[in-house]
Design a protein around this ligand. Structure first.
Ligand SMILES: CCC[C@H](O)CC(=O)SCCNC(=O)CCNC(=O)[C@H](O)C(C)(C)COP(=O)([O-])OP(=O)([O-])OC[C@H]1O[C@@H](n2cnc3c(N)ncnc32)[C@H](O)[C@@H]1OP(=O)([O-])[O-]
Length: 725
């Protein structure tokens, strides 16, 4: 795990624990043993530590925080090993490439010098997995780069690149990519330099005089941006000890706070989410194929159909990954508008310093436009992103089937429509798949890849690999109405409206949702995306019903025996489409304004509505609002698993965290359900089903019922789900 060799008077320690050189107990022990050996070796004057493979050290082994710990051969803990390194009279040089994260940066800070390649990144991302730097990071980093930058890096967990780390004093020099050679040369040059002043624990904290202001600003930022998360608060508290206490005493505080966090349910949930996100690309369709049995096609060029918000966002996601894109529209005006949107967004990135003007120019040079499908004869992949209309989509797919080469993969960005029906318009249903992006598509990380009945494993592998290439977290799901995310969402939005019928007001429902940690309430989001979108889809459904001979009554509270709320339609009929019209479930200062205000007109409308339908309005408790919004959603997740639409609970959690703002520190709806107790969820579902028998989303899932009896951890019931499929 840690190799030792000597080259002249330089001892070289190579950390070798693929894939990221995480610090397992054996790595920690190995570092201690090798440093001892170098200290005792009279031929050694200086020590270099570096990592084998792509990284220096990406931190402690995250598996070790919740799983079985390996027993240590040496008694020293990681903070003690780092103190032992720092106390060495022979200089130690950390030669960093790839990443030095978490415990990796802490080890580097225990060294006397740090050099790094230009592309290397450093950071203390512990907060993102619910803990804090527990090996001196909260105390050494403020001494090295100052309290302000340390508070920022430690409370956000963000990584920074070597040039910025150099500016902040975290590293001493940027060197060429031959990191070991550079490390040895640097080490030889510092052999005789005194080590006083190189032991970070002995240095004062920089910018301590502004401590009060810096700490309160950090706390304010955390309350705003990381609402509900406990780790950022404790991280700030730990860093703050660096200006109150001597190093050793502050280290004791760091250890104390670390214990609070590492045993917290938020830390466990965040670590579960960390591994779930990495599991998602490794798709598996039981009995069909999996990521390690099928090779993806290489996508060299792509096309996007539709230059609206979605299409341009998808085009940018592809362009950002250096994939040339042809953007296709039906008329010149729409096309020009779409291109302008892309140009403006890139110009914005240049203004914000996220891109250089040359980079933006290069990305745009890969964008072609066309008004004809004839220009798509050589592209490897097409993503259709027009509005939700089956007839239109089928027409487009039939045309694409004729225009594109036989090997091209044809994808639809539909968020709800039947992929099999879309595929039926082509002679290549094996190459048709859903790629459901989320707005804004260049930014949102989720990609819900929807396999049809006839989609081939190669096509699944291709869009999964494309997803990873364009920086998304791709999840494979099956084909059903609205797939996984929107299908579960449907129960939540319906129930939120039923609550309004019975006595709640939009802001009361939204505040329960936001208190749970979802950044935006159900009604705020509806106002943001526009009530007219759902109205258009519903009107199509009503038309279909009418065509089949069933008259649709606009006041009906039931459709086919299923409870339904016409409130959304009522608002649309009054022109209340949401933010864009300055009124929806809330009132806005003017059309397009962002801040929602409670609207007395809506309160009256709801009261009149309830009266008209003989519903006695009542005060609904936050607990009831919570259960009625979230339990059917969770239950639907179990039904999704039961139907084989998702094959793993982790995939559902990844979808909800990355596509719908579910608070990551609860692990996702499936993980959270396990935390509450599946038996409790099941009993509550049964209770509400009795109260609301006309809402089928209250019918408890059979899978939930079976698992509720067993009380297993999610990792085990997840395996049971897979074996059922
Ligand atoms: C006493 C306290 C000490 C200390 O303060 C606490 C810490 O250091 S806490 C730690 C602080 N450090 C962090 O939080 C850093 C977390 N890691 C990262 O941010 C990214 O993995 C990294 C940027 C390094 C590479 O990104 P990339 O190139 O996109 O690659 P990728 O992301 O797909 O990962 C590849 C594989 O490596 C696996 N794996 C990765 N890290 C760890 C780990 N620490 N452990 C175990 N495993 C880890 C990962 O699961 C995956 O496995 P698989 O089986 O192949 O699916």
């Amino acid at each position: 795990m840690v190799d030792y060799r000597r080259e002249g008077n330089v001892a070289i320690l190579t950390v070798n624990n693929p894939p990221v050189n995480a610090i397992s107990t054996r790595v920690k022990d190995g570092i201690y043993e090798c440093i001892s050996r170098a200290k005792n070796d009279t031929k050694v004057s200086v020590i270099v530590i570096h990592g084998h493979g792509k990284h220096f050290i990406a931190g402690a082994d995250i598996h070790g925080f919740s799983g079985q710990r390996e027993s240590s051969k040496v008694v020293a803990t990681l903070p003690e090993v780092i103190a032992f390194m720092e106390a060495s009279n022979k200089p130690i040089v950390a030669a960093i490439h790839g990443t030095a994260l978490g415990g990796g940066l802490e080890i580097a800070m225990g060294c006397h010098y740090r050099i790094a390649t230009k592309s290397a990144r450093v950071g203390q991302p512990e907060v993102l997995i619910g803990i804090l730097p527990g090996a001196g990071g909260t105390q050494r980093l403020p001494r090295l780069c100052g309290l302000g930058p340390a508070l920022d890096l430690i409370s956000t967990g963000r990584h920074i690149k070597a040039p910025q780390a150099l500016k902040l004093g975290i590293i001493d020099k940027i060197v060429s990519d031959d990191i070991l050679k550079e490390g040895i040369a640097f080490a030889k040059a510092v052999i005789d330099k005194p080590l006083n002043g190189r032991r970070i624990s002995t240095l004062p904290v920089k910018d301590a005089e502004n401590a009060e202001q810096l700490i309160s600003a950090a706390n304010a930022s955390v309350r705003k941006r990381q609402r509900g998360m406990m780790a950022p608060i404790w991280n700030i508290k730990a860093v703050a000890e660096s200006i109150k206490l001597p190093f050793d005493e502050a280290m004791e505080k760091e250890a104390e706070y670390f214990t609070v966090l590492v045993t917290s349910s938020q830390a466990r949930a965040l670590q579960y989410a960390f591994f779930s996100e990495r599991l998602a690309p490794k798709w598996e369709v039981p009995g069909v194929a999996s990521y390690n049995t099928v090779k993806p096609m290489n996508i060299k060029t792509a096309a996007v159909i539709g230059a609206g918000t979605m299409g341009t966002g998808i085009a940018m996601a592809l362009l950002n990954a250096r994939i040339p894109v042809t953007l296709v529209e039906q008329n010149k005006q729409f096309l020009e508008k779409g291109v302008k949107m892309i140009q403006d967004l890139y110009a914005g990135s240049v203004r914000l310093g996220k891109l250089t003007a040359d980079q933006a120019k290069y990305l745009l040079s890969n964008l072609k436009t066309s008004l004809s499908y004839d220009d798509l004869s050589t592209v490897d992949c097409v993503i259709e992103a027009v509005y939700e209309n089956m007839a239109l989509k089928k027409e487009i797919f039939a045309k694409l089937d004729n225009a594109c080469k036989p090997s091209a993969v044809l994808c639809s960005n539909t968020s709800s429509l039947d992929i099999d029906e879309i595929a039926s318009a082509t002679k290549r249903p094996d190459k048709v798949i859903g790629t459901h992006f989320f707005v804004p598509a260049y930014y949102m990380r989720l990609l819900e890849n929807v396999r049809g009945k006839l989609t081939s494993p190669e096509t699944i592998a291709t869009v999964q690999s494309l997803g990873v290439r364009i920086g998304k977290i791709p999840v494979v799901v099956g084909n059903c109405d609205s797939f996984v995310g929107n299908r579960m969402l449907g129960t939540y939005t319906s129930e939120a409206q039923f609550l309004l019928e019975e006595g709640a007001l939009p802001h009361e429902v939204d505040s329960v949702i936001k208190d749970f940690g979802i950044p935006i309430g159900a009604f705020e989001v509806s106002d943001l995306s526009g009530l007219d979108i759902g109205w258009r889809i519903r009107k199509e459904r009503y038309e279909k019903l009418e065509k089949s001979g069933k008259k649709h009554d606009p006041n009906a509270r039931f459709i086919n025996g299923e409870r339904f709320s016409p409130l959304g339609d009522t608002l649309c009929e009054k022109g209340r489409f949401g933010r864009k019209t300055g009124m929806g479930w809330y009132r806005y200062e003017k059309p397009g304004a962002k801040e929602p205000f409670i609207d007395a007109e809506i309160t009256t409308l709801l009261e009149d509505y309830s009266k008209k339908h003989n519903i006695t309005r009542r005060k609904i408790s936050p607990q009831e609002i919570f259960e009625r919004c979230f339990y059917p959603l969770i239950n639907e997740g179990f039904k999704v698993l039961e139907d084989g639409i998702a094959t793993r609970p982790e995939d559902i959690d990844v979808i909800w965290i990355n596509g719908y703002g579910w608070p990551k520190y609860t692990g996702g709806p499936m993980y959270y359900a396990n935390q509450i107790g599946l038996d409790k969820i099941y009993d509550t579902m049964c209770y509400y089903y009795e109260q609301h028998p006309t809402s089928s989303h209250w019918r408890p899932s059979a899978l939930l019922r079976d698992l509720a009896k067993q009380q297993l951890p999610i990792s085990q019931w997840g395996k049971q789900v897979a074996s059922r499929l």
